[in-house]
Ligand binder design. Structure first.
Ligand SMILES: [Fe+2]
Ligand SMILES: [Fe+2]
Length: 208
């Protein structure tokens, strides 16, 4: 079981994730690209898609924090923490892009965070193989989702597209690394339930 100290640290990280701006070591992809060709309507649409992606990164933070809290094997923990650092950069990139587009973040971010944290902690309790299996499947589903967004983002929005491309690359690597650390393959009903819950999240965050 996690100690009281660990719980307090996790709670503090959660508050900062949802309410404080995220930092990135790597430069934001595509920031030198021009966006002069975008219409107002395209900007609004891109901002909505990037709000969904930002909410997804809030969930990623929460999942990783929840998982790291209950993961047992130190190697699994280290892999989770490395990926979590890259997720923080994704959070910063999507947040910055939403601002540039004049959009806003999802009002339900605290809800997405709390739900994902609980899921992550449960996955961690199930043992490292399942924990990593859950992570690998999450990342694979995120890659599929980001691919769909690349099909929907306006061609003129090179900046958002560059961010999504880079995130897709990172998420695919997170999946591969989880498998390399011994991830179990989840049963199909679990994968379907995950697809369904992320569908609820992504469709809600597009509007709210
Ligand atoms: Fe991410
Ligand atoms: Fe990831």
């Amino acid at each position: 079981m996690p100690t009281l100290d660990e719980l307090i640290i996790a709670f503090d990280k959660g508050l900062r994730t949802v309410f404080a701006p995220a930092q990135s070591l790597r430069a934001t992809p595509g920031r030198d690209l021009s966006e002069a060709g975008m219409t107002e309507e395209q900007r609004r649409f891109s901002a909505s898609l990037m709000r969904v992606n930002h909410a997804g990164e809030i969930c990623a933070q929460a999942l990783y924090q929840g998982q790291a809290l209950t993961a047992r094997n130190p190697r699994a923990k280290a892999a989770l923490e490395q990926a979590a650092r890259e997720e923080t950069e994704h959070l910063a990139w999507t947040e910055g892009r939403i601002e540039e587009l004049g959009g806003r973040k999802s009002l339900l971010n605290p809800v997405w965070y709390a739900g994902s944290f609980a899921l992550g902690a449960l996955a961690g309790l199930a043992g490292d193989r399942w924990n990593l299996g859950f992570l690998a499947e999450t990342e694979r589903q995120v890659v599929t989702h980001l691919e769909r967004h690349l099909g929907r983002l306006p061609e003129e929005d090179g900046r958002s597209r560059a961010i999504v491309e880079k995130m897709k690359e990172d998420e695919a690597r997170h999946a591969t690394s989880a498998v390399a650390h011994g991830a179990a393959e989840l049963p199909e009903p679990a994968k379907a339930a995950m697809r369904l819950s992320s569908k609820v999240m992504t469709e809600t965050a597009f509007w709210i």
